[in-house]
Each structure stands twice: as C-alpha cells, then as structure tokens.
Design a protein around this ligand. Sequence first.
Ligand code: GUN
Length: 300
Amino acid sequence: MSAELIDGKALAAETRARVKAGVATLKAATGVTPGLGVVLVGDDPASRSYVTAKERALEEAGMRSVDVRLPEGTTQEELLAVIARLNADPQVHGILVQLPLPKGLDTDAVIRAIAPEKDVDGFTPVNVGKMLLGQTCFLPCTPHGILRLLEKAGTPTRGAHAVVVGRSDIVGRPIANLLTRKGPNGDATVTLCHSATQDLGRFTRQADILIVATGRPGTVTADMVKPGATVIDVGVNRVPDPTAQRGYRLRGDCDFEGVAKVAGKLTPVPGGVGPMTIAMLLENTLTAAQRAAEGASHVR
Ligand code: GUN
C-alpha cells in the first residue's frame, strides 16, 4: 500500500469535541439544550445501526435526541403527523428522517414537510435551492464531511479535476455542486458520472479527486485511478463473509487493496466518510439550536 489513509474517525472526533464544547457554552448562556428528532420507519438493519450511532453521538455531545420509531406499515398521514409534531416542538431544533423510507411512502412529500429551519440534513427544496445559489443554509452532512476530509488531507480543490461517481440526491449531486462553488473548498472542475456513463474508467483516470458513491462494491478498481489521486470512498456495503463475527464485512465502493497501491490519499471503510457524516449532523444541529436561541431563522 502506498496511499496515505485519510483518518475520518480522528477528524470526526475533533469535530465532535468542538461541538460538545459549543453545546456546553450554549446551555450555560441560554439554558437551551440542542435537540434532534430522529425518525426511523421500518426495521432495515443498516438504517437501524446508522440511527443508533447518530443517537449515541448526540448523547455524547450533550444533546437531546427525541427518538421516533415507527413500524414498517406506517402510513403517509401518520408519518406527516409525526413531522408536524416535531416541527411544532420548541425543544426540537433539528429533524432527521432516516432514508430510504419503506416502499409506499412518498419521500419527497415527507422531506417537503420538514420545516427548513429544522432541516439539519439539508434535504428540503429550500435548503437545496440555497445551496445551489451559494447562500447560507444547512449543507447535507455527507458532502459537507467530504469537503472537510479533503481540507484535512491537504488536497486542494481549486483548479482540480474532481470526478464524482454516483448521482444520488444525498451525496453525488450535492458534492458535485459544492465543488463547483466559488471560493474555499470549491473552484474545482467537476465531472459527474452515473449508471449510464460509458467507459467509466476513461473519466475516473482523469480525476485528481475521485469521489465514489454508488453503493456498489468494486465500482472502482486500481486501473481506474490516476496515480497520486485523492480517492474518497463513500460506500458502506455489507458483504457476506462467514469468517466475520457478524457474518458480513463492511466494504466501500472501491477495491481498497488495489486502489491503495495507486492513489496518493484514500479514505478507509469503515473509518473514513461515515464518522464525518455524523459529526456534520451534530454541527448542523448545534447551529440550528443556536439560531433558535437567538430567535433568528437564517434559513427561511
Ligand atoms: N441515508 C443515508 N444517508 C443519509 C443521511 O445523511 N441522512 C438521512 N436522513 N438518511 C440517510
């Protein structure tokens, strides 16, 4: 292996410690405890473990988590009623609805129902629009975490060719957009590849920064990486492995062993992007609570 690993766990720990201090300051000054409503519908094991990790991190930072667990058969009306209740609750400063929702629920309508000033995931049309326009808003947590990782790795974005593989609303499209913004952490030339891209390697081999978010292990192999590139692997895939204690192993979207021989810098899975997503969620929740305490809403 020649690539330097980008330690997302360490950066997330630093970020979380800073947030924890911010929470203590806010509580001492105003008596406000930041609160996040965490909504999980159904019992997808991966979603359940993400949500548990988020709740644990909130508690550790001194925040309140208002946990809402709903069964698989929850109706759209029931879910919208929960969102309305959280929107109206002054002790809840942020709302997170874990995605994907079970089939039959209208994700767009659910996200639209979240009050923009509580949208700490940055998923509502108001926040997405503001992000596109470069206005102050809650940035989506995974893309925001990726920007911090690039900064920490010392990989300049200005003038770099960034290639993003995957066009999801949660990762691919927002990170592609953020990297094109003017100013710090931006000014990159961006290519966005997706499932209809022909000869993916032709594009990925041009990348100074390669961000892979397809949810498919083995999407990027060593021959698809420019020597010395910074590679951010967003995938968290459970790959069956009878020798592992849980019966599966976590793998990213890249062939880690092969890519590590070619890349200059690389995020591991686990321990790369995942911990930063949670850290940025805490940061956004603190910001939402600070704004509420000031009585100001900057995101309306
Ligand atoms: N599912 C996968 N990533 C995310 C995320 O960042 N936020 C939410 N709410 N759901 C997700």
